[in-house]
Design a binder for this molecule. Structure first.
Ligand code: FCB
Length: 508
């Protein structure tokens, strides 16, 4: 058991002055554990590209990230994911480590190019075999396997024929979903279709910061609709393959707050909320795109066909949510409120260096500028520049309850990166991460108390890993990875999380 720390959040985060943060006075896991129902699932999360390595093994095809990493300047320090955490070759000992943490759920992703190397056609048995081994090992350890079908690693061959801008990719995704649910549905009950569609669509097709590195508003808008169609087609294909499968999807969500109560700032905030939080969730849940978004673009730009909107609504069995920050929006002082809002003119706050939701693109003359900040200066920031603000998670969960009632919610990612290195004893004493998780888990407990139907919390991430364009600099793991030796060492936060799991054992 971790020693009961006498420090309060306020001493570790001297700037954290709000009452919400201040009520969290101790990282003792006993108090929070007692606030969760017995069937609550504690988990850890990873994604395929960020940990597997072995990019040429067993007939895997190329992915858009392999190509993107080769572009000069795309990834910090020219890093790539050729080895990452070497998980592909260490899967058995990694399962043992996950088991020893005592978690009840492991969220991972399946690399499409391993299973269908060109994104279409027959299954690559050896690639599928890797996931069978992982899933069987998890089940044997009493852990729920919780795969995501698409965590950003599109087969390069599909990008070559248009990527997410082409409607055919939605069909290919549906085939891939059916293939996996057919092959693994006897062992996997809950599936997530996508991870954070807004993030990979905006950063991949509009901002050029993530694979495939395109910078085109036209491509982005078409990708929005193709991904929405893929949600619907993928959901139906998965259900057709196995009606009892639980199919959901995972969305990046952040509460949006206006910087001031001016009319312009309020409009900017409503627009940001519509785009960041609702653009992908609303069509699948309610059959329409958020009105403020539709008012800001020519409908034709989405490339919609007649009757598409009659098909996009699919009743997700659960909503997955990843929350890392709140967004604070201002109109940038623009006094032309009748000009169309366009979130993609957002000028990123300078404190957001390394952030993955900064929407900076060149400003166009006729758009209302929206500036966003990753929080205010009240909370301390992580190595990503994101303000530590546990209340963001509470607000997101309560907004889901408000909009979608009792649809089950899975917290699929919550976590933080800090500049840290092992002390002389070889251990990372990451008290700030313990407090981060404690604060966010308390926020989940508050939301459950207030009626939100949350059934899991997954710490992002199990391991320090390949953090996309930021390479290996940000370390999000509760387990430290020495990338030179591949040695895994539990940080203090992993011990704390293990204590929590032991106090509140997930159902087996
Ligand atoms: C999320 C991604 C995940 C990781 C974390 C820090 O947006 O889903 O892969 O990069 O951010």
């Amino acid at each position: 058991m971790v020693e009961r720390a006498e420090k309060t959040l306020a001493t570790v985060y001297p700037n954290a002055t709000t009452s919400y943060v201040a009520i969290v006075t101790t990282p003792d896991p006993r108090e929070v554990a007692a606030r969760f129902p017995p069937d609550f699932l504690w988990g850890v999360a990873t994604s395929a590209y960020q940990i597997e390595g072995s990019l040429d093994a067993d007939g895997r095809g190329r992915s858009i990230w392999d190509t993107f990493c080769e572009q000069p300047g795309a990834i910090e320090l020219g890093a790539n994911a050729a080895v990452a955490c070497d998980h592909y070759r260490r899967v058995d000992s990694d399962i043992a480590l996950i088991r020893d943490l005592g978690v009840g759920s492991y969220r991972f992703s399946i690399a499409w190019p391993r299973v269908q190397p060109t994104g279409r056609g027959a299954v690559n048995r050896a690639g599928l075999g890797f996931y069978e081994r992982l899933i069987d090992g998890l089940l044997e350890a009493g852990i729920r396997p919780f795969p995501t079908l698409y965590h950003w690693d599109l087969p390069q061959a599909l990008e070559d024929s248009g990527g997410w801008v082409t409607r055919d990719t939605a069909k290919r995704f549906a085939d891939y979903a059916a293939l996996l649910v057919n092959a693994l549905g006897d062992r996997v009950k809950s599936w997530a279709l996508f991870n954070e569609p807004f993030i990979f669509a905006s950063r991949g097709y509009l901002l050029g910061r993530y694979a495939p590195g395109r910078r085109s508003l036209a491509d982005f808008l078409r990708a929005v609709h193709v991904i929405t169609m893929a949600h619907a087609d993928g959901f139906r294909a998965a259900k057709a393959a196995r009606p009892s499968a639980e199919i959901g999807s995972v969305f990046a969500m952040a509460p949006c707050e206006e910087a001031t109560d001016s009319v312009d700032d309020r409009r900017a905030t409503a627009y940001a909320d519509a785009v960041f939080n609702q653009l992908f969730l609303m069509p699948v849940m309610s059959g329409k795109y958020p009105p403020p978004f539709m008012q800001s673009i020519p409908t034709a730009a989405l490339g919609m066909l007649d009757h598409d909107l009659d098909r996009v609504q699919v009743p997700l069995d659960f909503i997955g949510v990843n929350t890392y920050y709140r967004l604070v929006l201002s109109s940038g002082g623009d006094d032309r409120p009748d000009l169309p809002y366009f979130l993609f003119d957002v000028l990123s706050d300078e404190r957001s260096a390394g952030g993955h939701a900064d929407f900076s693109t060149p400003s166009s003359a006729n758009a209302l500028r929206i500036e966003n900040a990753f929080g205010r200066s009240d909370g301390k920031r992580t190595a990503m520049g994101w303000e530590i603000w546990p209340r963001a998670l509470y607000d997101v969960l309560m907004s889901l309850k408000l909009n979608y009632g009792q649809t089950p919610i899975e917290v699929c990612e919550s976590g933080c990166a800090f500049d840290e290195s092992p002390s002389e004893d070889g251990i990372v004493h990451d008290e700030a991460r313990v407090l981060y998780h404690h604060g966010h888990i308390s926020a989940v407990a508050d939301a459950i108390r207030d009626g939100a139907n949350v059934r899991s919390y997954h710490a992002w991430s199990l391991y320090d890993n390949f953090e996309w364009a930021s390479g290996y600099r940000p370390r999000f793991g509760i387990v430290h990875v020495d990338f030179a030796t591949q040695r895994r060492t539990l940080k203090d936060s992993a011990h704390w999380f293990r204590d929590l799991c032991a106090l509140s054992p997930s159902p087996r």
